[in-house]
Ligand binder design. Structure first.
Ligand code: SF4
Length: 280
């Protein structure tokens, strides 16, 4: 049994919160650069140039890429041969979020209750999804999520007879309805299969996959390409001002499902598709 201290988890999470909010991963930086070459509309090109400049300023001057520094969402894969010492893993992660958002001067966007709306003051609690995996390491993925795009996400409980066309229509409908509110160009995370909650989680997880990767299954990879093409014909464009690049990527994750169902979840992320990963 390998021991990992809760203090090391807190230190890693603190660093990840600051890093993710100031610097996009190389796949997202490249995707935005390529988008400027692909974009047909002059205003769209100008917007993409401004987004590129914004990324540079954020990194050089240590200013958050966006004022909405998001709710901290974590995927934590815990090796079954790991023992966390010195405290509960959830407390360790939340302590890291508190330190990262406070010491990194990041906006605190979390309210204690969805009804009374009082800010917790330190961006905790985080939303944490745990997965037990083989091995003796902990892999932590952080994806701070802004709610301009989160609010535009959807779930469709389709019938099996709706088929591939039904899936394509569901994703394109969600993107069209989102329009400029999701701060395009977007990254579209799609979960297909499982149950109501499982497909939502798949859609969120899909956003953490590199936009350069594509699904491992060739059939799903083709579906990603087809849907991306349809989305980019919508004309929404960068910042919703019209253009040919509405989305940078469509990432799909699938899971087995029930004979009577075809759940499809669409989790939309804006151009600030942040993620940071640490393996302890
Ligand atoms: S949706 Fe994204 S770009 Fe828009 S305000 Fe929120 S974090 Fe910022």
């Amino acid at each position: 049994m390998r021991e990992i201290s809760s203090a090391d988890i807190t230190a890693a999470v603190r660093e990840m919160c600051i890093e993710a909010n100031h610097k996009l991963a190389p796949d997202m930086v490249n995707a935005l650069k390529n988008a400027k070459d692909l974009e047909q509309s002059p205003i769209g090109k100008r917007v993409l140039g401004q987004l590129e400049e914004n990324l540079q300023i954020a990194e050089e001057d240590t200013i958050p890429i966006c004022q909405d520094t998001g709710m901290a969402v974590f995927f934590v894969e815990i090796g079954q041969d790991v023992h966390v010492t010195g405290g509960w893993i959830e407390d360790a992660i939340n302590e890291g979020v508190k330190k990262g958002y406070t010491e990194g001067f990041l906006r605190k966007s979390v309210v204690k209750s969805p009804i009374d709306r009082v800010n917790t003051g330190d961006n905790t609690p985080a939303v944490i999804h745990y997965f037990m995996v083989p091995g003796d390491q902990i892999r932590i993925t952080l994806a701070p999520k802004g709610f301009g795009s989160e609010n535009m996400s959807r779930i469709f409980m389709l019938k099996p007879a709706d088929g591939i066309e039904g899936i394509k229509n569901a994703v394109v409908t969600a993107v069209r309805d989102a329009g400029p509110n999701a701060c395009p160009p977007m990254v579209v995370g799609v979960g297909i299969g499982g149950t109501f909650e499982k497909c939502a989680l798949l859609a969120k997880k899909a956003l953490t996959r590199s936009v350069e990767e594509g699904a491992s299954d060739p059939e799903i990879r083709n579906l990603e390409k087809d849907i991306l093409e349809r989305i980019n014909k919508s004309g929404i464009g960068p910042a919703g001002l019209g253009g040919t690049v509405t989305a940078l990527a469509v990432n799909i994750e699938t899971y087995p499902t029930h004979i009577a169902g075809l759940p499809v979840a669409i989790n939309i992320c804006c151009h600030v598709n942040r993620h940071s990963v640490r393996v302890l």
